[in-house]
Design a protein around this ligand. Structure first.
Ligand code: NAP
Length: 525
C-alpha cells in the first residue's frame, strides 16, 4: 500500500487543509515520508455528518451482517500485517515482531466482537408479557433491548499504536455496538494509522455499508480534538492518554449544551503487594519478574507494575537485589516520542525531588530519546507523606517501597488513587493478611491479580481494563474485553407493541433464537 498521507473521510481521501506533518523515527531522529495531512473544523464536520447519515442504516444492520463486517475488518488487518508492523516499527523505534503480534491480536479482537454480535447477548433482550387480568391493574406488554448510542469519536492512543489506536478495542467495540466511528489519529504514528484506517475503509466498502461508518481525522494541536468533542452530532467519546488531556476533554464534553459521556483511560501505577511468606519464599523471583515486566514496551504501558511494596524482613534484600540485577542488565531503548521521553525525564526528577533514592540503573542512553531503566527506593513513611511518589512515571522505572509492618502495608494500600490493577503475591500462610488487604484493593482497582503479573493484557469476557478515577473517568465501564461494547449502548423499552413493529430480537417467536429474559427467566424459547 502506498501511503498518501490523506485524511480518510468516509470513502474519500482528503488532502490537507490545515498544514501537514511528517512522522519521526524516534530511533534515528529522521523524518519519514510522506507528508501527512492535517484537517480542521470543516473536516470534522464532514466526517461527523457522514457518520450521522450512516447511523440509521448501520445501527440497524442484522447481527449476522454486522458480524461478517467485523470479520472482514480482521481479514483486512491480517492482510496488511507485515506492512503495518514494518511501518509501526519505523514510527515507534520498537521491533517489528512486536507489531506483527499486536496486529494479529487486534484482528482477533475484531473476530471476538463478531462472535459477541452473533450471540446477541449484548442486546440484553428482555420480555415482560402483558398480564391483562393482573389485579388491581393490568400490565401492558414491555420489551427491552439495547440500541446503539450514535456516532462515536475515538482518540487513538500513542503507546500501543495498533491495539489501542485506529483499529483498537475502542473502534472494534463501537462498531460492534452499531456506532459509526470518527477516529482522531495520534500524531506519533500517522503511517501506521493510515494503513489501519484504509483496512477499515476497504472493509466498509466491500461490506456495502454506508461510507460514513468510519473516518480518520488528523490535526495539529488541541483544536481538532476540541472540535470533535464539541460537535453536536457526536454521542460519545473514548480516550486513552494523559490525565491532563483526558480530563480536559471530559470537562469540555460536560459543558456542551447536551453533555455526552467521555470514557477516558488515563493513569495507573498498578501497585504490587508482596506479603511476608511470599517475600521469604520467592522474593528474588518476584523482584526479577516484576522488574522485567516493567520494561515491556519501554515501560510505556498502562499496566506497568510501577510500585512494588513489601515489609522489610526475610526475603526483602533478595527482592531488591534481583530487581536491581534485572534493571541493570536492561539496555536503554527509544521511547515513543520526544515528548514522552521528556515527560519521563521530568517525572523521574519529580520522584527524586520527593525523596526517592536511586538504587539501580540500566545501561546508559545512547540516542537522544532513549529511556534508561531505573530502580528507586523509598520508605513506607515517604510514600504515605508524598503524593507525588504515587503518581505515574510513564517509562521504564520502578519504585520499591520498604514498609515497616503489615499495618503500614494496609495504610499504603489505602492512599493510592484509583488503579487499573493491583497485584498480591502471597503464600497460603499469608491468606489471613490477604483477607484484610483484598477489600481495600477492591475499592481502588478494576482488577486484582494474584501470584502473577498484570501484563500481558487479555481481551476476554472476564477481563476488564478499568478502575476508579483517575484510572478511568467511569469505573462502571471497561475499554478492553468484550463488555467494552456496553459503553456504546443504551436501553429502550417497547411498550404494548404489535409484533410486526418490534425489533427482530424482541419478536414473540424469537426468530434470532437469542437468549432473552422472559418474565424473569433466561431462555431461548
Ligand atoms: P496525551 O497528551 O494525553 O494525548 C492523547 C491524545 O489526545 C492526542 O491525540 C492529543 O492530541 C489529544 N489531546 C490531549 N489533550 C488534549 C486537549 N486538551 N484537547 C484536545 N486534544 C487533546 O497523551 P500522549 O500524547 O499519548 O502521551 C503523553 C503522556 O500521556 C505520556 O507521557 C504519559 O504520561 C501519558 N499516557 C498514559 C497512558 C496510559 O495508558 N496510562 C497512555 C498514553 C499516554 P495532540 O497529540 O494533538 O496533542
Amino acid at each position: 500500500m502506498t501511503l498518501t498521507g490523506d485524511l480518510l473521510i468516509g470513502a474519500a481521501q482528503v488532502p490537507a487543509t490545515a498544514g501537514t506533518m511528517k512522522a519521526l523515527n524516534p530511533a534515528t531522529g529522521e523524518y519519514l515520508e510522506p507528508e501527512f495531512a492535517f484537517g480542521g473544523v470543516a473536516e470534522v464536520d464532514r466526517a461527523l455528518r457522514l457518520a450521522d447519515e450512516a447511523f440509521d442504516s448501520y445501527s440497524h444492520t442484522g447481527l449476522a451482517e454486522r458480524a461478517a463486517f467485523l470479520d472482514l475488518v480482521a481479514d483486512k488487518l491480517e492482510a496488511v500485517k507485515d506492512e503495518l508492523a514494518a511501518r509501526t516499527s519505523l514510527e515507534t523505534g520498537l521491533p517489528a515482531a512486536q507489531f506483527e503480534g499486536e496486529t494479529l491480536r487486534t484482528a482477533a479482537n475484531f473476530r471476538k466482537f463478531a462472535t459477541v454480535v452473533r450471540q446477541g447477548r449484548f442486546l440484553q433482550a428482555a420480555v415482560d408479557p402483558a398480564q391483562p387480568s393482573r389485579q388491581p391493574a393490568p400490565r401492558l406488554d414491555h420489551r427491552l433491548q439495547k440500541v446503539a448510542l450514535g456516532p462515536v469519536v475515538i482518540f487513538g492512543a500513542s503507546n500501543f499504536p495498533i491495539s489501542y489506536s485506529v483499529a483498537g478495542g475502542d473502534t472494534a467495540s463501537a462498531l460492534a455496538a452499531g456506532c459509526p466511528v470518527v477516529l482522531k489519529a495520534h500524531n506519533a504514528h500517522p503511517g501506521s494509522s493510515e494503513i489501519q484506517g484504509r483496512a477499515i475503509q476497504q472493509a466498509v466498502a466491500e461490506a456495502g455499508l454506508h461510507e460514513g461508518v468510519f473516518s480518520l481525522i488528523r490535526g495539529a494541536g488541541n483544536e481538532i480534538g476540541e472540535a470533535l468533542v464539541d460537535h453536536p452530532l457526536v454521542r460519545a467519546v473514548t480516550f486513552t492518554g494523559s490525565e491532563g488531556g483526558g480530563m480536559a476533554l471530559y470537562r469540555r464534553a460536560q459543558q456542551r449544551p447536551d453533555p455526552i459521556p467521555v470514557f477516558t483511560e488515563m493513569t495507573s501505577v498498578n501497585p504490587t503487594f508482596v506479603l511476608p511468606a511470599a517475600l521469604a519464599a520467592r522474593g528474588a523471583e518476584i523482584g526479577a519478574g516484576l522488574a522485567q515486566r516493567a520494561q515491556y514496551n519501554v515501560g510505556q504501558a498502562c499496566l506497568k507494575p510501577a510500585v512494588l511494596l513489601a515489609v522489610d524482613g526475610p526475603g526483602f534484600a533478595e527482592l531488591r537485589d534481583a530487581a536491581r540485577a534485572e534493571v541493570e542488565k536492561a539496555a536503554a531503548r527509544t521511547m515513543l516520542t520526544p515528548g514522552i521521553h521528556d515527560a519521563y525525564t521530568g517525572n523521574v526528577r519529580r520522584m527524586q525531588d520527593s525523596g526517592a533514592i536511586r538504587i539501580g540503573a540500566g545501561q546508559a542512553p545512547i540516542h537522544a530519546w532513549d529511556g534508561q531503566s531505573l530502580l528507586y527506593e523509598v520508605t513506607g513513611e515517604q510514600l504515605l507523606s508524598q503524593p507525588a511518589l504515587r503518581e505515574e512515571v510513564f517509562g521504564p522505572s520502578v519504585l520499591l517501597v520498604r514498609l515497616t509492618g503489615l499495618e503500614q502495608l494496609q495504610e499504603a494500600a489505602r492512599v493510592f488513587r484509583g488503579q487499573l490493577s493491583a497485584t498480591v503475591h502471597a503464600e497460603v500462610s499469608d491468606h489471613a493478611v490477604a483477607v484484610q488487604l483484598l477489600p481495600i484493593l477492591e475499592r481502588r482497582t478494576g482488577r486484582i491479580v494474584f501470584n502473577a503479573f498484570s501484563i500481558p493484557q487479555e481481551a476476554t469476557s472476564a477481563s476488564v481494563h478499568t478502575g476508579p478515577f483517575p484510572a478511568t473517568s467511569d469505573s462502571r465501564f471497561t475499554s478492553v474485553g468484550m463488555s467494552a461494547i456496553e459503553r456504546f449502548l443504551r436501553p429502550v423499552t417497547y411498550q404494548n407493541f404489535p409484533d410486526e413493529l418490534l425489533p427482530e430480537p424482541l419478536r414473540e417467536a424469537n426468530p434470532l433464537h437469542l437468549w432473552r429474559l422472559v418474565d424473569g427467566e433466561l431462555t431461548r424459547d
